[in-house]
Design a protein around this ligand. Structure first.
Ligand code: SAH
Ligand code: DHB
Ligand code: MG
Length: 221
């Protein structure tokens, strides 16, 4: 089994079930033109975010880690017209590219991109009373995954859906002696989830365009 086969299968899913998507394709082109790294969710994963947010009947969503807004667009599409998605991005250039991509996708009315470090912005979101959110996607610096989970819980209600991206990283997650802050941060997030009585959670490994990775899916109970 090879990585090129994983990619072929991803392309097959994208072709059969996702289909051509001018807004998302334009976003990827704009990201590339601006020199952003291509670390967005894949088309199939993006569609999964749309479906999960729809299944959750989300009206208010929170995203940590916008990049160029690919996943943002996927989540925002699941919201009703009067829904709100707040997405946080540390790098001003990423936030600018994302705002343009989101506007081009016709979702500017539903989405607010806040530029800044998430741990600075999240207390403000709480102070402004913008929560609780129905759906939270955590996809920023993996070092802070446990801190982001703490904030996701603070800003949640019963049945809020929480997703954490990139929790496998080519299997590095099981290296208990790793000093890689991405690994230790994500392992702290898993330990917190295991201890947290308010959460019902699972994790799923994925292969595809982005190699071997995976995500956590949790619900507040
Ligand atoms: N969710 C995007 C991909 C996000 S990549 C998608 O799938 O389309 C991770 C992003 O998190 C990067 O743009 C990075 O700049 C941002 N980031 C890193 N550290 C951050 C922090 N402390 N606060 C907010 N954003 C951060
Ligand atoms: C990478 C991938 C991601 O989905 C992400 O959010 C951050 C980094 C990566 O492949 O490096
Ligand atoms: Mg990611």
């Amino acid at each position: 089994m090879s990585r090129s086969q994983w990619s072929e299968v991803d392309s097959y899913f994208a072709k059969t079930l996702v289909g051509s998507d001018p807004a998302l394709e334009a976003a990827l082109a704009a990201n590339a033109a601006a020199g952003l790294p291509s670390i967005d969710v894949s088309p199939a994963q993006g569609k999964m975010l749309t479906l999960l947010a729809r299944m959750a009947r989300a009206r208010k969503a929170l995203e940590i880690g916008t990049l160029g807004g690919y996943s943002t667009i996927c989540i925002a599409r699941a919201l009703p017209r009067d829904g709100r998605l707040l997405t946080i991005e540390a790098v001003a250039k990423h936030a600018d590219v994302a705002r343009a991509n989101i506007a081009r996708a016709g979702l500017g009315d539903r989405v607010e991109v806040r530029a800044g470090a998430a741990l600075d912005i999240l207390p403000k979101i709480e102070a402004e009373g913008l929560g609780p959110f129905d759906f939270v996607f955590i996809d920023a610096d993996k070092t802070n995954n446990a801190n982001y989970l703490t904030w996701a819980l603070r800003l949640s209600r019963l049945r809020t859906v929480i997703i954490v991206d990139n929790v496998v990283r080519d299997g590095r997650i099981v290296d208990a002696s790793s000093r890689d802050p991405d690994v230790t941060g994500t392992r702290r997030m898993f330990e917190m989830m295991a201890r947290e009585p308010r959460l019902q959670a699972t994790a799923i490994q994925t292969v595809g365009d982005k190699g071997w990775d995976g995500f956590v899916l949790a619900i507040v109970k």
